[in-house]
Write a protein that binds this ligand. Sequence first.
Ligand SMILES: Cc1ncc(COP(=O)(O)O)c(C=O)c1O
Length: 361
Amino acid sequence: MKVYNFSAGPSMLPEEAKLEAQKDFLDYKGSGMSVTEMSHRSKWFDEIHNEALADLRDLMKIDDSYYVLFVQGGASQQFEAVPLNLLTEKNGKKADYIVTGNFANKAYKEAQKYGDIACLASSKEATYTYIPDVDKLEYRANTDYVHITTNNTIFGTHYTKFPKVNNLVCDMSSNILGEAIDVNRFQLIYAGAQKNIAPAGLTVVIVKKDLVDNGEPLPFCPTMLKYKTQADNNSLYNTPPCFSIYMAGLVFKWLKKFGGVEAIQKQNVYKAGLLYDFIDNSSLYKNNVNKADRSIMNVPFVTGDPDLDAKFVKEATANGLVSLKGHRLVGGMRASIYNAMPVEGVKTLIEFMKKFEMENK
Ligand SMILES: Cc1ncc(COP(=O)(O)O)c(C=O)c1O
């Protein structure tokens, strides 16, 4: 049965990329091997790897002052890699965090092990239903970095403006390539690939070369977590997640063909608009997020009755609309509508929601 998969991650991938992978699976371009079994030092993989790096640079308009690294360990590993690489003795190992969700809080907690880490603002008191006004915060002087989470996957919020500081670091796991973001506003961006890029296993790090080449990671920073280790070896210091990188490359090609990030952003805004408009005009469903901060990637909603929510999820699943159960911290439902979710998928979900509302008045 064909389903629409609304999972928050790992998430659906573009049909075209999957078909291409299927075609190549047993014999990649006459090599007689699958990408899953070839050496990461082979000429075939070398091409896959470098093309994926170049296409990501192209899509995000990343200039030569940044390294693009393909690493492992997920975004969660970056919660520690960031402070381990960027905190400096010179600045008293100081960093500011804005806590807008569960993952932002985890990043903040991990960093606390390594330095003088401040939480500048948190929206926890309102169950993370809004983004604090970044223009009103008191950023400390001489910090090594300021950390934000650009899209909050569980709570369905995103930043529409960024702190005006020159040492911004962000976790962009759930909206990378989903909306056009000026990379130059950041000194470091990291993202787990399993939402808008590829199957799980790959983590993307985009980091200012200067920070890496002239940086001094904390003395106990593991070799594998040092950005310099990866940068000096074009991310091939050890065996990389070859198949995820290959899939990422196919997804990048698909996105370029689609028209790039600006074009998909337009579609994402349209999809999210359809869903929010429907929810706002319904008497059964509610989205509790501050309207100005609503994510275009993750749309949580509730009926207000946990039993009815459970019924919704069950019936939706039976109708081929899967992985709509909300995160345990929020309850209700969540529709993750990343780049690969077609407009038709969102329209089908809305039709189902209408029918369910009629039947459960
Ligand atoms: C915004 C955000 N940050 C971090 C993570 C954790 O990522 P990983 O599972 O790659 O460690 C997630 C996972 O969903 C996420 O949505």
